[in-house]
Every structure is written in structure tokens, then in C-alpha cells.
Design a protein around this ligand. Structure first.
Ligand SMILES: *Cc1c(COP(=O)(O)O)cnc(C)c1O
Length: 326
């Protein structure tokens, strides 16, 4: 079945590299570990939101919009990539960040400022409400705002990960690599929704396991399934079934979102020191910590292959210095 893809605005360096992590695989003594380097998508330090923004920004421009509005946590990688995409395309950008203004402008907050984004803080208010207010302010100034949801996770965003799965299957085929599991950090669900739909469309046979960063497994599973189904309809492949494809592990939520523990610290240091690759404290550090734990528990056999999909985020590292070097 042929999917009917909308236009994209080129922002990312694609295809991203596929690498084998020889030293990490040997150190853990379990399955062969590969990495898909979406931390190298190239937009102001990159990450998975760049792929999503290719479709979101193309849609914004097609609608004649001149200002992007989105929302996230103070160290949101999605907000930083949105600010960079806006700058690159000559659009304005307003970011609605959760909580109170932070005194230390570190990590992604610093980058948002350098990229020229306007920052708003929700305090204890609802983010939708604040985004609607900011959109009205922009309209009053004669602009046409385009609002992007949390994590860029709508059908436009998820579409990019359908194509990312196509990209991966082509790389695997060219290199004659078989992958049994894909493991990655899952939060607003757009990445996972795209990957499961892409797996069905492009014949990826392995399992796709999202390590939840902040939601109970059942909740995230439902969200991903609903988004994958909506995306299939959007792409004109509504009869494709993703049933039983959506797997979520919520064993590594720890003390909650962005609460760094030994799980993340060990994973970040292990991958940095064995491979020279930087993970991030909120998403990929947690997901890799989960993968390391699963390997230690014997969840995979020696002959199997696991692909860790690196979704980016290392730009947040400087904001977590106290938690990373306690
Ligand atoms: C946003 C983000 C994720 C989660 O992706 P979703 O599509 O929101 O599930 C994972 N890793 C990093 C570094 C992110 O910024």
C-alpha cells in the first residue's frame, strides 16, 4: 500500500548514521547494540523533533503562517529545535515553558535565547490557555501564528517517523543487518506512533519497545495507538493495522520527569566513556539506563541485535551539572 506523504521543508541532515556500538556491546556481554543517530539531525544540535518539524513547518508555510508557537518543559529539546527551525525559515517563534521563570539560562534555555525565540512561562496556568493567549497577541500585532502541540506529536509530526522507519529499513537492508528490537525514549508518543506505522508499511519485523519517560505504560500505549491510527488515515493507508505493535515499558519512571538518578548517570557515563557519544539526562539517558538493566536481567539473548534510537537532547546536559556530578 502506498502512503501519500505531504510536502516537507528540508531541515534535517538525512539519512542519519547507523552505527554499531562495538565497545558497549562487548562491555555488557549481551546482544549486539546498534545506534540510529537522530542526535545528528543537524538543527542547532539536532534531535528527533527536527524530523517532525520538517512536516510541521512545511504545513505552517503552506498556510501562510509567519510565527511558530509551541510548548514544553524548561529544558525542552522540542522548543529549542522549533526556535531553530523558525530562525532558519525567517519565521517568528514564541515558546510557552512550564512553571516559573528560571534564573539560570543554561542548556536549551540559553540556546532558545540565542536563536531569538520569545519565552513565556505558564506559572501554574494551563499551557493551552497560555498558548492561545500568545496566539491572540501575535494576531493583534498583525501576524499569523501556527501552534504546534507538545513534542510536535500530531499526525504531521508522526508522519516524519514513518519515513524514518523507511530510512532505517533501507540502511539495514544495504548493510545486511537484522534487528530484533528497537529501543528508545518515548514521551509524547509521536516518535513511537510513526515507527510502529512505518514498521507495518515497510516490513520491519522486529519489536519496537518504547521506554516511557513520564507516563504509565497503558496511558502512553493508548496515546501512541490512537496517533498511529490517525496518522495512517492521514496518509491514506487507514486499513493498515498496528494492533499489538505498541509496546511500552514504564519500569524506569523513577521519581518522575527530569529527575536524574543513578540509572541515567550510569548510562550517560558508560556510553560517553566507551563510545564517545553523549546521551541526555531526561530522555536518552533514561532509555539507555532501561536497556542496560534489561540486558543485565537477560531480556535478550547473545545472538540478538538491539538498535537504540538516539533521539538527541545532549544540549540539556549543562543544565544538569549538579545531578550528573553529585
Ligand atoms: C521529545 C524527545 C523524546 C520523545 O519523543 P516523543 O515523540 O515525544 O515520544 C525523546 N528523546 C528526546 C531527546 C526528546 O527531546
Amino acid at each position: 500500500m502506498n502512503a501519500n506523504y505531504p510536502d516537507r521543508k528540508i531541515l534535517a541532515h538525512l539519512p542519519t548514521p547507523l552505527e554499531k556500538l562495538e565497545r558497549l556491546s562487548k562491555h555488557l556481554g549481551g546482544p549486539d547494540i546498534y545506534m540510529k543517530r537522530d542526535d545528528q539531525t543537524g538543527l542547532a544540535t539536532g534531535g528527533n523533533k527536527t524530523r517532525k518539524l520538517e512536516f510541521l513547518v512545511a504545513d505552517a508555510i503552506a498556510q501562510g503562517c509567519d510565527h511558530l508557537i509551541t510548548t514544553g518543559a524548561p529544558q525542552s529539546n522540542h522548543c529549542r529545535q522549533t526556535a531553530a527551525a523558525a530562525a532558519h525559515c525567517g519565521l517568528g517563534c514564541s515558546l510557552v515553558l512550564r512553571g516559573e521563570p528560571q534564573s539560570q539560562m543554561q542548556g536549551n534555555l540559553l540556546l532558545n535565547k540565542l536563536l531569538g525565540a520569545h519565552l513565556y512561562w505558564t506559572g501554574d496556568r494551563n499551557r493551552q490557555e497560555v498558548m492561545a493567549e500568545v496566539a491572540n497577541e501575535q494576531r493583534a500585532m498583525g501576524h499569523k501564528p501556527y501552534t504546534i502541540p507538545l513534542g510536535g506529536s500530531n499526525v504531521m509530526g508522526a508522519t516524519s517517523y514513518v519515513l524514518a522507519m523507511k530510512e532505517l529499513t533501507e540502511q539495514l537492508q544495504a548493510a545486511s543487518i537484522n534487528i530484533d528490537f528497537i529501543v528508545f525514549a518515548s514521551s509524547s508518543g509521536g516518535t513511537q506512533a510513526g515507527l510502529v506505522l512505518g514498521a507495518e508499511l515497510y516490513g520491519f519485523r522486529g519489536q519496537i519497545l518504547g521506554i516511557s519517560v513520564d507516563h504509565p505504560a497503558e496511558e502512553l500505549q493508548m496515546q501512541v495507538s490512537a496517533l498511529a491510527t490517525a496518522t495512517a488515515t492521514h496518509l491514506g493507508v487507514g486499513t493498515v493495522s498496528i494492533a499489538n505493535r505498541v509496546e511500552v515499558n514504564d519500569d524506569y519512571l523513577g521519581d518522575g520527569y527530569a529527575m536524574v538518578s543513578e540509572t541515567e548517570r550510569e548510562a550517560i557515563q558508560m556510553v560517553a566513556q566507551l563510545e564517545g557519544i553523549l546521551l541526555d539526562p531526561v530522555y536518552t539517558g533514561r532509555a539507555m539506563g532501561g536497556l542496560i538493566d534489561l540486558i543485565r536481567w537477560g531480556a535478550f539473548t547473545r545472538g540478538q541485535s538491539v538498535l537504540f534510537w538516539h533521539t538527541g537532547g545532549a544540549a540539556a546536559l549543562p543544565a544538569f551539572v549538579d545531578k550528573l556530578l553529585p
